[in-house]
Design a protein around this ligand. Sequence first.
Ligand code: GLN
Length: 187
Amino acid sequence: MIIGVLAIQGDVEEHEEAVKKAGYKAKKVKRVEDLEGIDALIIPGGESTAIGKLMKKYGLLEKIKNSDLPILGTCAGMVLLSKGTGINQILLELMDITVKRNAYGRQVDSFEKEIEFKDLGKVYGVFIRAPVVDKILSNDVEVIARDDDKIVGVKQGKYMALSFHPELSEDGYKVYKYFVENCVKNK
Ligand code: GLN
């Protein structure tokens, strides 16, 4: 199992480490050629407007959109998988959700807390200027993680999107296993 990590922006190495800790191989994806041979792709956090523009510039946007790849998007990656954010920005639009960016407000830059994750119980969530799911647009979308009344994790077929950063917590590797078992193997 080789999991690609989109290496345009964000904490790529931390994702690679977590992928390895979960028992899989990791590969950086910088250009279209790097998509060759991977079984799934992770889109890390960062700045979603910048990542979207650069994905388009490098030809990755269309390639990824039209590929059969299972995708895990975290934070900005969740934004990029969504169908809308309320502002005009380049998105993959692969999941039937809209998101609210920086949903916890500008003052709350980042925080950490335990959240309830489907089948995994409590998972430690690191939130950094995090988006949350605003609207669910189809019955194919399943909520897999919540922070009180906020939806911070969703799955739709081979796609999974999280508001938080599993690569930054001790137990986060469990989430990668969940992704592989539920989105990659069952795609
Ligand atoms: N707020 C950022 C965005 O919408 C995401 C922040 C993050 O990825 N840590 O692009």
